[in-house]
Design a protein around this ligand. Structure first.
Ligand code: SF4
Length: 293
């Protein structure tokens, strides 16, 4: 791909989430395909299980504290799956028959069992669940993301929690995992003036918890990193230059057929980059199909 500047109006994207930032750091071409071209991605059973388990853990806290048991959580799996199918009918195609769906639901139940070994939800009253957080930094970059859970102690100390349905990272990759949490901590600090006391990643797959206490210096460094990343993204958009960066993550990439590292050719760069709040047609349909809770 050439790196020649093209004389086209610079498309405005204007917003970064932890996953978008992570995409660009992993592979600029992957970022382009997901964020600018917005190529569809086939649903996977692992990602879909993550979605359903997250929904269950959110809904669990609707129940009175004493009723938040593993059995109650497991009982929410099927309704949350049905709800997801109503919103995104293509996920139903992940399973050939009722038996494979039942096996998959059992694996989701195992993850919930993992959650209950990590904490006792009867002793918690989260301040927020699945909360959209955002802030506009000086210079105009909007940071936004969805926090799984935010707890506030009676003393006012804040804990940001995130559920992961995979296994915990090896020590050398912990920094990458914490980047997302520092992103949320930065948004919280910039919107409230309070540095969260604790960032907590709960890995339901291997029942491990990763905790980190950030300080202001951490968050200033995270902000600097995000601004530098944004400058790099703007530059890439200006040059229409998003090189592939092959890694072992390519095994999970939906776009190998369009990737030069796999003999593919990228499609022409879009004339117009969609805005951050602009849903895709299939996303709009999904939102409209959501049954009322
Ligand atoms: S296959 Fe690998 S290098 Fe190519 S776009 Fe996907 S992640 Fe990037």
């Amino acid at each position: 791909m050439g790196a020649e500047t093209v004389d086209l109006p610079l498309p405005v994207l204007g917003s970064l989430s932890p996953s978008r930032a992570g995409d660009f750091m992993t592979c600029p071409l992957l970022f382009r395909y997901r964020t600018i071209d917005r190529l569809p991605q086939a649903p996977s059973s692992a990602a879909t299980r993550g979605t359903v388990v997250h929904s269950v853990l959110e809904r669990l806290f609707d129940l009175p504290a004493a009723e938040r048991t593993l059995e109650a959580a497991a009982g929410l799996l099927r309704p949350e799956w049905d709800r997801l199918v109503a919103a995104e009918p293509e996920v139903a195609g992940l399973f050939e028959d009722a038996e494979s769906l039942a096996t998959w639901l059992d694996s989701a139940r195992e993850l919930l069992a993992g959650y209950f070994t990590l904490e006792d939800p009867t002793r918690l009253e989260p301040a927020e669940r699945e909360r959209l957080v955002e802030v506009v930094l000086p210079g105009g970059l909007r940071l936004r993301g969805i926090v799984d859970r935010l707890d506030v102690a009676p003393t006012g100390e804040v804990r940001i929690c995130d559920y992961k349905t995979g296994a915990s990272p090896r020590e050398m990759f912990e920094g990458k995992a914490l980047f997302q949490m520092k992103f949320y901590a930065l948004v919280h600090w910039r919107t409230t003036g309070v540095v969260p006391r604790l960032l907590q990643l709960m890995y339901l797959g291997d029942r491990e918890v990763l905790r980190y206490s950030p300080d202001e210096a951490d968050l200033v460094a995270t902000e600097r990193k995000l601004l530098a990343l944004w400058t790099a993204i703007e530059r890439a958009i200006q040059l229409r230059d998003f090189p592939p960066r092959p890694s072992r993550l390519c095994d999970w990439c939906d776009h190998q057929a369009l990737c030069p590292s796999f003999g593919g050719t990228p499609p022409p760069f879009p004339e117009r980059v969609p805005g951050p709040d602009e849903p895709l047609p299939h996303q709009r349909a999904a939102v409209e199909a959501l049954p009322a809770r």
